[in-house]
Write a protein that binds this ligand. Structure first.
Ligand code: GUN
Ligand code: ZN
Length: 434
């Protein structure tokens, strides 16, 4: 194959470590006038433009983005495809919200054409917001996942998804059985897992909607294939936590239910974890599991405030999730805006570099994909963004007052949203242009 080489010149910033582990200054690299070189969909060089340009052939194609910042693509570690049409549903907390709005909305995915239409809208929305990788809940219908992966494959995106497994405590029109969920998940795994940049996640919705038999089979699937993901919800809402205790009185607590059915591990991502206790954080960390912190959802559904410092104390992997449609925005910039406030309400700080880490490398580590995505290190996939300093008049004026990249970054995360993302590249291809 002939080499296709392109270079991009702009201010360039990426996270290279967790600020909680190495301190803020050692956690990032910033090139005020940087150059990113991409060969055949992968990053081949990153550095100061003045230094790199001297080593490159004079005729190399360079795209210059003045007044913009290149960052890695954002990683959303928790989102629901079939809830795209119900963002901003009024008035309820988790359990009533599920029954009143979520289940009826997800039932529309029984129609294949609907699934395909929403999958296209959903992927466009991810890319418009700079999300290049997401860990995605489908609906209970296998065709939700087929429609999603078909759309993602066309653009060569790195995506992870799974069909929801739920065989109780949900309307009949939306339940599977332990056996059908096993067989349907297996067929999806055979078709999609490891195809191009796609991966499969075994997806029991949450403990209350699965029988012990279904949870057993979910654990069995994880043992049958290498590198499968597992995604579910945990300890989001206090009523939910009480309900799990009633449904599984023989278990020590919510996490112990999943632990018993062998659902913890290095590719397991638990959404929310707002009401986890110290011991549960320790057990999650010990098993290499990750938590998806979903601030816009936790505030919108009145679920509570995620205790990030406690997770950090246990060295627990944490990624950021939008949790659309419980969450109110596809934008990880807006999600970070709310994450900052969640920390403020607990008397804690979220530095802009920790935020950058959560949206990129932290998410990649939660998904065990840090060798491929989450940074701009040479050898990784060329999934990156061009963030426009002049996206809105207010952003433009505000950033003119900025005295540092830290301030610029924080303002981007406070005022930024989909308008800020001028271009999105995946595997070196331009997949969104504002
Ligand atoms: N718990 C179980 N299902 C869901 C869901 O769809 N959204 C959220 N936020 N929590 C859940
Ligand atoms: Zn969710």
């Amino acid at each position: 194959m002939p080499l296709t080489r392109k270079a991009y010149r702009a201010a360039i910033l990426h996270s290279i470590a967790d600020p909680a582990e190495v301190g803020i200054e050692a956690s990032y690299e910033y090139f005020e006038d940087g150059l990113l070189v991409v060969d055949n969909g992968q990053i081949s060089a990153l550095g100061h433009a003045s230094e790199l340009l001297a080593s490159l052939p004079a005729d190399i194609e360079i795209t210059h983005y003045p007044d913009a910042l290149i960052t890695p693509g954002f990683i959303d570690t928790h989102i629901h495809l079939p809830q795209t049409g119900m963002v901003g549903a009024y008035g309820e907390q988790l359990l009533d919200w599920l029954n009143t709005y979520t289940f009826p909305c997800e039932s529309q995915f029984a129609d294949r054409a609907h699934a395909e239409e929403v999958a296209e809208i959903f992927i466009k929305e991810l890319l418009r917001n700079g999300t290049t990788t997401a860990l995605v809940f489908g609906s209970v219908h296998p065709q939700s996942v087929n429609a999603f992966f078909e759309a993602a494959e066309k653009l060569d995106l790195r995506m992870i998804a799974g069909k929801v497994m739920m065989d109780r405590n949900a309307p009949d029109y939306l339940t599977d059985t332990a056996e059908s969920s096993y067989l349907e998940s297996k067929a999806l795994i055979e078709r999609w897992h490891g195809k191009g940049r796609l991966h499969y996640a075994v997806t029991p919705r949450f403990a209350p909607t699965s029988t012990p038999e279904q949870l057993t089979l979910a654990g069995q699937l994880l043992g049958e294939y290498p590198d499968l993901y597992m995604q579910t919800h945990i300890s989001e809402n206090l009523q939910e936590v009480e309900w799990v205790k009633e449904l599984f009185p023989e278990r020590k607590g919510y996490l112990d239910v999943y632990d018993h059915y062998q659902l913890l591990g290095e590719r397991s991502v638990f959404a929310h974890g707002v009401h986890l206790c110290d011991d549960e954080c320790a057990r999650l960390a010990q098993t290499g599991s990750a938590v998806a912190f979903c601030p816009t959802s936790n505030l919108f559904l009145g679920s509570g405030l995620f205790n990030l410092p406690m997770a950090e104390k246990h060295k627990l992997n944490v990624g950021l999730g939008t949790d659309v449609g419980g969450g109110t925005s596809f934008s990880l910039l807006q999600t970070l805006n709310e994450a900052y406030k969640v920390m403020q309400l607990q008397g804690a700080r979220l530095s802009p570099f920790k935020s950058l880490y959560l949206a990129t490398l932290g998410g990649a580590r939660a998904l065990r994909l840090e060798e491929r995505i989450g940074t701009l290190q040479p050898g990784t996939d060329a999934d990156f963004l061009v963030l426009d300093y002049n996206a809105t008049p207010l952003l433009s004026y505000r950033l003119k007052q900025s005295k540092s990249i830290a301030e610029t970054l924080f303002v981007l995360m406070t005022l930024g949203d989909d308008r800020t993302v001028a271009q999105t590249y995946a595997a070196g291809n331009l997949v969104h242009q504002r």
